[in-house]
Design a protein around this ligand. Structure first.
Ligand SMILES: *Cc1c(COP(=O)(O)O)cnc(C)c1O
Length: 875
């Protein structure tokens, strides 16, 4: 590895002069299917047809009919002239390097979207369709160019325009920075949902934060993770539109008081100590060829004009101006913790800032149409909370309705509790948010009062349900008692929501039986499951054009908007020609991935070997450690000459560790040290190679999932809420080795256990084993595990760095090891041997690959969003 690890960000940061595409895709390899659907309709006819569509008709259409290629077509000339004009007047440039071409094409495309974007907004402002606000602290969008071209049916035109400048689309795409405004699965889910909502013609607005620094860029130095700030806005963001006229003001600190007016009504006043402006920056979310352009509204914090006016009046001009930084700090950086809470005051400020700004925006839209009549507010609006991160929206909506718009408590509660819905994303206790009461009381004094009032009224209901049960009251209270009181944010969200959903069948079952059982008993009707999904536009049609073309040749292209159609692929598993083409596409994609690994890791992968991949956030529950233990086991077998039945494999592991998560960082170091030993031994490399991919992100995954043979989904059963990486791999024809966890359960239901490499303890077995888990007994019985531990304890991978892996060794042997590594190791090795045996029978493997892609239809986020639409939002 070492110096070969190139900068993780886009090409702009590294070498703007470079002309070659790193993707290995060429124009010739890409499909040209879009060119045949080129529209002859003019902009004017497009407009009238979209604006007269009734939303009901549009809904049916999006659901049942194939894509409408005429809806958004623009001719090649207008895109070409748009690009030329952007270069000349927009960028005021004489140069036409690829970085400039990216900006020009993106700006021209945005311009193409502006009319339909405005029309979508005007139509939605009529409230004929229920409006959904999707509140999320994270949107892991990745790059927008290729996706926008696909959805607008302009890929071929874009390619032709760039050809006029002697440039290739794939090369130009590399100049776009990933919008890394999320950590991992939760943020990427929000991004997939936005694509599906727009494609299903639903009026859904994403509300998030415009972090100036997104997810950190990961570098690997001497095998260790180094974090670099990700200043993704350095070169500007051609997609965003700043809508200053929709700015709102968010209060912080200060104090509250009450007074009675002359009618005897009590009023609450929050005299804020500070107000911060929230300025919307909108990103267009084009539906798939249907004329809808939804909005992702990202809030930027800016100082109010009279921010720290007092100091200004005191004559301290510079102090007052410097104070502006404090306001702008709120949206400076994304907290890089995945599946663990942070508890920092600034994080709470972000949560309240997003919640308050978004709700004020909703209410402003409502006021524009209905004035101060809130009787239809909850019939017209749903607020979906992506985990508890924005759950402070509950008391904030109460505050806005009561203190600003004069509603009484009961009326405000009626509206709030029928507008808010909550999605839970994890059962891990370390991820459950708890905010200290003194912190909230200081920062958001009025909000704290409202939470206490919500709790008091709700506990009356609990007392009614369980008379005389004080323990129940303490256990279910929104306020956790202790030396310092804390607010249980998940409980606040459940109490106020009309819907509480988990993200996979097993996860929801465990929520109802465990973590939220008391609430399930109180309100069984609130609980429902919506299994996650991923958008087939980005994760198949865009990222795997070769496979898409092959599929469309046989099935037509309806599958892009109805992924269940892929089931028809099962008919071709005995068609030798098709199976051969299927294998050839995988082979070509493996070569692309091999080139990427060579460039990013300096490790040579051979596309003739099996590609075994685990990419996701580094976390103990995801068990990258189990994977590396198996790699060490294979390494030992090779060194001892035991290569019987072994399939040559290239193992790729990638993912970021939270900067403060020491164990996860140690695991990264171990992977890199093992990689060094494996890759530098010519006895080993014919059978085994290992690379750690730095800076795993969305655009990396777009190259990884098409080229993967084997997908590793090996979390301890009961710990992975759903997983969505598993779905991207399946859609692209990878086979999965995995535990009975998260959405794996449903993947097996769809594809059959015979097409999945299942191993390990089940969720209930993990729980049952916990009290008497005894790893040393397991180790004594397993030669393979002894071999791995001997090698680790002997310092084989850290000869010059003594003891650096002690925590890892101890974790494997610890009777309190929550992740049960030793318990699952032997069965994991058995399943891996089954993988090898199957891979040796290539025709069987390819058939299983086809069956996996064919069975992935259920995991389209279109399917998930239809579930949200029918069972939560439009209910
Ligand atoms: C899909 C995706 C994830 C989620 O992966 P899991 O395996 O479900 O944890 C995380 N990060 C990126 C960049 C992704 O594309």
């Amino acid at each position: 590895m070492s110096s070969a690890n190139t900068p993780p960000s886009s090409k702009r940061a590294s070498n703007a002069a470079s002309k070659t595409s790193s993707t290995g895709k060429t124009a010739a390899k890409r499909t040209t299917r879009n060119s045949s659907t080129k529209t002859s309709s003019t902009k004017a006819t497009t407009k009238s047809s979209t604006s007269t569509k009734s939303s009901a008709a549009a809904k049916t259409k999006a659901k049942t009919s194939k894509a409408q290629p005429v809806a958004t077509g623009v001719d090649h000339e207008s895109l070409a002239s748009g690009v030329a004009r952007q270069i000349r007047y927009g960028l005021c440039s004489t140069e036409k390097d690829q970085s400039q071409l990216f900006d020009a094409l993106a700006l021209a495309l945005k311009e193409q979207m502006l009319d339909e974007w405005r029309e979508t907004r005007l139509k939605d402002n009529d409230f004929k369709q229920k409006q959904v606000a999707y509140l999320s602290l994270e949107f892991l969008m990745g790059r927008a160019l290729g996706n926008a071209l696909l959805n607008l049916d302009l890929t071929e035109q874009g390619r032709q325009v760039l050809a006029q400048y002697a440039s290739e689309l794939e090369a130009v795409e590399e100049y776009e920075h990933d919008a890394g405004l999320g950590n991992g699965g939760l943020g990427r889910l929000a991004a997939c949902f936005l694509d599906s909502c727009a494609s299903l013609d639903l009026s859904v607005t994403g509300y998030g934060i415009r972090y100036q620094y997104g997810m950190f860029a990961q570098k690997i130095v001497d095998g260790y993770q180094i974090e670099r700030p990700d200043y993704w806005l350095r070169d500007g963001n051609p997609w965003e539109v700043r809508r200053a006229h929709r700015t709102v003001s968010v209060p912080f600190f200060g104090h509250t008081h009450t007074y009675e007016d002359n009618t005897g009504r009590r009023h609450h006043v929050w005299q804020a100590g500070q107000t911060v402006l929230a300025v919307p920056h909108d990103m267009p979310i084009p539906g798939y060829r249907n004329g809808r352009i939804n909005t992702l509204r990202l809030w930027k914090a800016e100082a109010d004009d009279d921010f720290n006016l007092a100091e200004f009046n005191d004559g301290d001009y510079t102090e007052s101006v410097a104070a502006k930084n404090l306001a702008e700090q709120i949206t400076m950086v994304l907290y890089p913790n995945d599946a663990s809470e942070n508890g920092k005051e600034l994080r709470l400020r972000q949560q309240y800032f997003l919640s308050s700004a978004s709700l004020q925006d909703l209410i402003n839209r409502h006021l524009d149409k209905f004035g101060n009549d809130f009787s239809q507010f909850s019939a017209n609006n749903v607020i979906q909370l992506n985990d508890t991160h924005p759950s402070i929206a509950v008391p904030e909506l109460m505050r806005l309705l009561m203190d600003k718009h004069g509603l009484g408590w009961d009326e405000a509660w009626q509206i709030t509790s029928s507008s808010v819905a909550y999605t839970n994303h994890t059962l891990l206790p370390e991820a459950l948010e708890r905010w200290s009461v003194p912190m909230v009381a200081h920062m958001l004094p009025r909000i704290m009062e409202i939470i206490f009032e919500i709790n008091a009224r709700y506990l009356e209901q609990v007392a009614h349900q369980w008379p005389g049960d004080c323990q129940k009251l303490a256990q279910m209270s929104i306020i956790e008692e202790g030396p310092v009181q804390h607010i249980r944010m998940a409980y606040l969200a459940i109490v106020a929501s009309f819907s509480v959903n988990g993200v996979a069948a097993l996860h929801t079952k465990l929520l109802k039986a465990g973590l939220f059982n008391d609430f399930y008993q109180l309100w069984p009707e609130k609980f429902n499951n919506r299994t996650n999904g991923v958008t087939p536009r980005r994760w198949l049609a865009y990222c795997n054009t070769q496979l898409s073309t092959l599929i469309s040749k046989r099935l037509g292209d309806d599958w892009v908007t109805d992924l269940s159609k892929l089931a028809a692929l099962n008919a071709f598993t005995a068609d030798h020609q098709f199976v051969k083409q299927w294998a050839e596409v995988k082979q070509a994609n493996k070569q692309v991935l091999a080139n990427f690994v060579e460039q990013e890791c300096g490790v040579s992968f051979d596309a003739k070997m099996m590609f075994d991949v685990q990419v996701k956030r580094i976390h103990e529950y995801k068990r990258q450690l189990l994977n590396i233990m198996h790699v060490i086991h294979l390494y030992q077998r090779i060194l001892s000459g035991d290569t019987q039945g072994m399939v040559p494999r290239c193992v790729l592991i990638g993912g970021k560790a939270a900067p403060g998560y020491a164990m996860a960082k140690q695991i990264i170091k171990l992977i890199n040290n093992v990689a060094h030993m494996v890759n530098s031994d010519p006895v080993v490399t014919p059978y085994l190679r290992l690379a750690f991919l730095p800076n795993y992100n969305v655009s990396a995954m777009e190259k990884i999932c098409p080229g993967t043979d084997l997908s590793e989904q090996i979390s301890t059963a009961g710990k992975e809420a759903s997983g969505t990486g598993n779905m991207k791999f399946m859609m692209n024809g990878a086979l999965t080795i995995g535990t009975l966890d998260g959405a794996n359960v449903e993947m097996i239901e769809e594809v059959g256990e015979e097409n999945f490499f299942l191993f390990g303890l089940k969720a209930d077995e993990v729980e049952a084993l916990k009290p008497h888990y005894n790893p040393s007994e397991i180790i004594a019985r397993s030669q393979a595990l002894q071999g791995v531990l001997n090698m680790l304890e002997g310092g084989h991978f850290n000869l010059v760095e003594p003891n650096i892996f002690d925590d890892i060794i101890n974790a494997i042997k610890d009777p309190n090891d929550q992740w049960m590594l030793a318990a699952d190791f032997d069965d994991y090795c058995r399943a891996q041997q089954q993988v090898a045996k199957t891979y040796q029978n290539q025709s069987q493997w390819q058939q299983m690959s086809i069956r996996n892609a064919a069975a992935s239809g259920r995991f389209s986020s279109d399917n998930t969003i239809e579930g949200y639409r029918d069972h939560i939002w439009m209910k």
